[in-house]
Design a protein around this ligand. Structure first.
Ligand code: GTP
Length: 728
């Protein structure tokens, strides 16, 4: 069972190499060393074959994933040693020189001739009775100076490649250092220390022990007294350059190595823990234990990858709905999903509600309450009406001769266009909601739907058409809501300040005040003209008028202070009370529209401010509004203007309230709810047609390939899981 672990990881390695992903950190031994430290020699010794490229400069320029598989000789026959590349699975390399050539060719193919390095690994598997099961990754040697046409940042590139491999927590670092160089200068150990500071997963390999200066030895290092590594240091003697040139056979080299340790005075006692054979055995043990330790975690990891990837695959579409016979069901499903998304977005029940901005239904309510509300509020009821406009209206409604009820006609005349001011914001409100609905429908849809861009486009088209169809009638309806308000000016509205009831109340109140005042006045006279009492009477009266009387409210709303002062002065003067009352009744009658008080025929001011009973030429009268000197108003005109303003404001506020209330209701009913309720039916009736199916379900190429990739990954993970399950 233990011995099956390395082949198991080899299998996993192969499985994962097909997708070129390192989503799973598999246990493997990474060989790291500076150039000429003897890396290749160590590997060749382990394999007991010459098979690695040799030469000057960096020879290893791509990671080499070397899987060693032990095969046993049978009693009858000796098995054949051979190598196999993952990139050429059908080729069996029995000649190891061919393997070297293939590595060189494959390196050049991807990394170029004598140039830089590449991250993409070469996978080589060697079957031999002389190897123990092992998986090693040989990496480019750490270099300092670029040579040939190597890129100037070759050192950085190599380092980052090495770093990438050794920083994975499941990898074991085989740090090769030559014994004839001070250990503190070992590049491989320096790098290993960065990713494994406690030395838990680093094995030190000391090469070139035979090249150390006479009288020196590495016993201190090999026994772990210089640098404590949990997995220890192992001393090695590889073939020298001379041996290589002289083609010294591998078997001979291993023999010489064993002799070296056995006979060396310093290493004699630790000879059994030195040399290539011991290294291979140790690595095999270390790797097996390591795999056994990591396997449960790896299994869990693969399991979660399966879940994750199945989920992702599902997001591309239900595999049960694949195939021609299921096209109808698939379209229906996608239509329904789209319609449901649209509805739940409006209802605010969608699962992925944005937290960054208002959207969907909430945004529609925001439009109603804030945008529309603010737009209506910002209209000043008489903002665009000058004193002159009002007086011109009064004069125009008077005609050539001053007649009855003139200011009421003027009020009517002036208030209608003011009501029209409510139309643009109301129509804008319809537009905003329409745009929001369009936005909602653009945000509906899923990964699955985006797989079918034509269907998606048609869905959007159909819903946009539906919305557009509804927008027209909604706007017309809202327009007519404003027209309705303009059609009849209801001065009897209970909230209207000029309403019959309100005015008669005002008149009654004023009458009461007048009587009280007269009573006080009489009493004051009885006190033989005591000046102190007079003052107090006047004081009381003034306060009362200022305090909450409807007319003073009207005045507060007015903008012109001059008019206000005039009117108030007039009211403070008891003698003008009768005149004031008749003035109010003149405007509004005595509370009964059919029974209006007729004002005595009074003179109307002409353009030069004089009263004239003569008939004026109509044309001239119209021109008055253009004439500067007409701005001089009589007291009476000021009062009229002021009152008309107040009436317009009061009436406008009533209409505005109604519009603010009714327009959102109309939009909800005619545009939002209607689209919400009919979207599903509309989509089905427009798109659920057999003859459209194949066109609508044309897949997006990119997404189709993404989905395929996802499917392949899932297959790989499932296979890996199976492999582990069989072994555990
Ligand atoms: N005498 C002796 N020479 C060695 C030993 N190890 C390696 N060499 C020599 O050192 C030189 C470099 O060895 P390689 O195995 O090619 O070193 P490398 O680390 O793989 O070098 P690159 O592939 O260039 O990164 C060769 O000439 C080897 O013969 C050793 O233990 N003793």
């Amino acid at each position: 069972m233990m011995n099956d672990l390395i082949p198991l990881v080899n299998k996993l390695q192969d499985v994962f190499s097909t997708i070129g992903s390192d989503t799973v950190d598999l246990p493997q031994i990474i060989v790291v060393g500076s150039q000429s430290s003897g890396k290749s020699s160590v590997l060749e010794n382990i394999v007991q074959k010459d098979f690695l490229p040799r030469g000057n400069g960096i020879v290893t320029r791509r990671p080499l994933v070397l899987q060693l598989i032990n095969i046993q000789n049978t009693e009858e026959s000796k098995v054949e040693e051979y190598g196999e590349f993952l990139h050429a699975p059908d080729q069996k390399f029995t000649d190891f020189t061919e393997i070297r050539r293939e590595i060189e060719a494959e390196t050049a193919r991807v990394a170029g001739q004598n140039k830089g390095i590449s991250k993409s690994p070469i996978n080589l598997r060697i079957y031999s009775p002389n190897v123990l099961n092992l998986t090693l990754v040989d990496l480019p040697g750490l270099t300092k100076i670029p040579i040939g046409d190597q890129p100037t940042d070759i050192e950085k590139q190599t380092r980052s490649l090495v770093y990438e491999y050794i920083s994975k927590p499941n990898s074991i670092i085989l740090a090769v250092s030559p014994a004839n160089v001070d250990l503190v200068n070992s590049e491989s150990l320096k790098l290993a220390k960065q990713v494994d500071p406690e030395g838990k997963r680093t094995i030190g390999v000391l090469t070139k022990l035979d090249l150390m200066d006479a009288g020196t030895n590495a016993l201190e290092i090999l026994t772990g007294r210089v640098l404590p590594l949990k997995l220890g240091f192992i001393g090695i003697v590889n073939r020298s350059q001379q041996d290589i040139v002289g083609n010294k056979p591998m078997v001979e080299a291993l023999k010489s190595e064993a002799e070296f340790f056995k006979n060396h005075p310093a290493y004699r006692n630790i000879a059994s823990r030195c040399g290539t054979h011991f290294l291979a055995k140790s690595l095999n043990n270390i790797l097996m234990n390591h795999i056994r330790e990591r396997l449960p975690d790896i299994k869990t990891r693969i399991n979660s990858l399966i879940t994750q990837t199945s989920h992702e695959l599902l997001s591309y579409g239900d595999p049960k709905l694949e195939g021609k016979s299921n096209r109808g069901a698939l379209i229906l499903k996608l239509l329904t999903k789209f319609a449901n998304d649209f509805v739940s977005s409006i209802d605010g029940t969608t699962s992925d509600i944005s937290t960054k901005e208002l959207c969907g239904g909430a945004r529609i309510y925001y439009i109603f309450n804030n945008v529309f509300g603010a737009a209506l509020e910002s209209i000043t009821p008489c903002g665009n009406l000058s004193v002159q406009d009002i007086r011109t209206a009064i004069r125009n409604s008077t005609g050539p001769r001053p007649s009855l009820f003139v200011p009421e006609i003027a009020f009517d005349l002036l208030v209608r266009p003011q009501i029209s001011l409510l139309e643009p914001p109301s129509l804008r409100c319809v537009e905003l909601v329409y745009e929001e609905l369009l936005k909602i429908c653009h945000s509906c849809g899923s990964q699955e739907l985006s797989r079918y861009p034509r269907l998606q486009a048609r869905l959007l088209e159909v819903v946009s058409d539906l919305l557009r169809e509804q927008q027209g009638p909604t706007s017309s309806y809202v327009e007519s809501l404003i027209s309705i308000q303009r059609a009849y000016v209801n001065t009897n509205h209970p909230d209207f300040i000029g309403g019959g009831g309100a005015i008669s109340d005002l008149v009654k109140k004023n009458e009461k005040k007048r009587k009280e005042f007269e009573k006080l006045n009489r009493r004051a006279n009885n006190y033989s003209n005591s000046s102190g009492i007079h003052a107090s009477v006047n004081g009381i009266n003034k306060d009362e008028i200022h305090d909450g009387s409807p007319i003073s409210d009207i005045l507060k709303e007015s903008s012109g202070t001059r008019e206000t002062i005039n009117l108030q002065n007039g009211m403070n003067n008891p003698s003008s009370w009768a005149q004031r009352e008749s003035f109010l009744t003149y405007f509004f009658g005595s509370g009964n529209k059919t029974d209006r008080t007729v004002l005595p025929d009074q003179p109307v001011p002409s353009r030069n401010g004089n009263f004239s009973r003569d008939n004026e030429d109509l044309d001239k009268l119209e021109n008055i509004s253009l004439n500067e000197d007409t701005l001089h108003l009589t007291e009476r005109e000021e009062m009229e203007t002021q009152l008309i303003r107040s009436l317009i404001t009061s009436y406008f506020n009533i209409v505005r309230k109604t519009i603010q209330d009714i327009v959102p209701k109309a939009i909800m009913h005619l545009l939002v709810n209607h689209s919400r309720e009919s979207v599903q039916n509309r989509l089905v009736s427009e798109l659920y047609k057999e003859e459209l199916f194949s066109e609508l379900l044309q897949e997006d190429e990119n997404l189709a390939s993404e989905r395929q990739k996802c499917k392949t990954m899932l297959d790989v993970y499932r296979k890996a899981f199976e492999v582990i399950n069989e072994a555990m």
